[in-house]
Design a protein around this ligand. Structure first.
Ligand code: GN1
Ligand code: MG
Length: 368
């Protein structure tokens, strides 16, 4: 058990939680926000909540983030209620308001805190253990898109503008190489060359969207496998979490990040690159799960890019890790020197594996 920081005790008093906080632990999942799991005594029963400090360097407008999160969670809950679904407080996140009814608390340092009901009896995994889990992930994020398809006006705020704009990401990378402020380019020369050679793929989806071939939708934008809560007993997907980047985007970005985070049995920073491989049986299950939920709205143009989206997003995230490495590790939290370069290498290895199997992936998707 981690000692409760006095600061967290103060945070705990700000929200509409009945009972006293017993203890809290940091939750290490995620590279961006600071997350705590807190246990309260409520009428003699232990009830858990999530307290989270929003990273203000990454999310410049936390109020807009929380407006989005409120709209999204409220909408999903209403849709589930209308369907007569059970277990709604596990199937969609519940934001706990502050004592004066706000969706966030701003502390004296100006930091933004928010609180969610903890979703009990679930598990998350950093890597897929068997293809059935990829099916569950595909189904969960496809369903999430489907539930939000009728969200309506106004358009959700772009909490991070140009988040998946690979052209802009590429430009940021070029700038980082040019500056080479930390003298690290030399140690990443192979990765830099790999990135430069791939410039031609960065505009594919952006151009298709600009030509009107691929529509904007409400998408999750951070569909890492560890953002899917699976039921601890049945293994079925219960809900998706990490809603900070839910905003207008392309459905393919979501599918692509699922390919990135499910189809290799390895961690995102796996040092043994020989283990980093796109596994076709997992990809098939992922596509099956996703299309089971998305077949009603996904267009033929989107379908035709499902296989490519995995390559593009894996490349883009690798590029972002590389850029952050060159820029001195200011964005992604690292746990050791060179961590972002390791993450980049793992991503680029996976890109190569996807490229080698592109035809088989494409044939599979075309046949669905
Ligand atoms: C970040 O914090 P986390 O782990 O959910 C990042 C994603 C990356 C991911 C790579 C807001 O997500 O875009 O794909 O790391 N989130 C943000 O692991 O930049
Ligand atoms: Mg995230």
């Amino acid at each position: 058990m981690v000692m409760l920081e006095p600061q967290l005790r103060n945070i705990s008093l700000q929200f509409q939680i009945y009972g006293e906080i017993l203890h809290a632990e940091t939750c290490k999942i995620g590279h961006i926000n600071e997350t705590y799991t807190a246990t309260y005594n409520q009428g003699g029963t232990r009830v858990r909540y999530i307290h989270q400090k929003i990273n203000r360097t990454v999310f410049r407008d936390p109020v807009a983030v929380m407006n989005n999160v409120m709209r999204v969670t409220t909408h999903v809950r209403k849709r589930l209620e209308a369907e007569g679904a059970e277990d709604i407080t596990r199937r969609s996140l519940t934001v706990i308001p502050t004592r004066d009814g706000m969706p966030y608390y701003r502390d004296l340092q100006g930091e933004f805190w928010r609180t969610f009901l903890f979703v009990e009896r679930t598990r998350t995994f950093e890597a897929v253990q068997h293809p059935g889990q990829a099916y569950e992930a595909g189904l969960a994020f496809g369903r999430f898109q489907q539930l939000l398809a009728d969200l309506g006006d106004p358009r959700l705020a772009e909490t991070i503008p140009d988040f998946h704009n690979t052209r802009k990401r590429f430009e940021a990378f070029q700038k980082a190489v040019e500056k080479d402020h930390y003298n690290r380019a030399q140690s990443a020369q192979r990765e830099i060359d790999f990135a430069l050679k791939h410039e031609s793929i960065v505009d594919v989806l952006l151009s298709a969207h600009a030509r009107g071939e691929i529509p904007e939708r409400i998408t999750h934008n951070d569909t890492k496998f560890n953002n899917v809560m699976l039921d601890a007993d049945s293994g079925r997907a219960v809900c998706v979490v990490d809603l900070d980047t839910v905003m207008p985007g392309l459905a393919l970005y979501d599918f692509g990040d699922m390919v990135r985070t499910t189809t290799s049995p390895t961690l995102e920073d796996e040092p043994d690159l020989s283990k980093v491989q796109m596994h076709m049986p997992v990809f098939k299950e992922l596509a099956r799960g996703y299309l089971e939920a998305a077949h009603g709205f996904i267009t033929p143009a989107e379908r035709s890019q499902l296989a490519f989206s995995g390559q593009l997003i894996t490349f883009t995230i690798g590029l972002r890790f590389l850029t952050d490495y060159l820029n001195g590790d200011t964005y992604f939290r690292i746990h050791r020197p060179g961590h972002n370069l390791d993450r980049c290498r793992t991503q680029f290895k996976l890109v190569r594996s996807i490229e080698r199997q592109h035809e088989a992936m494409q044939n599979h998707v075309d046949g669905l």
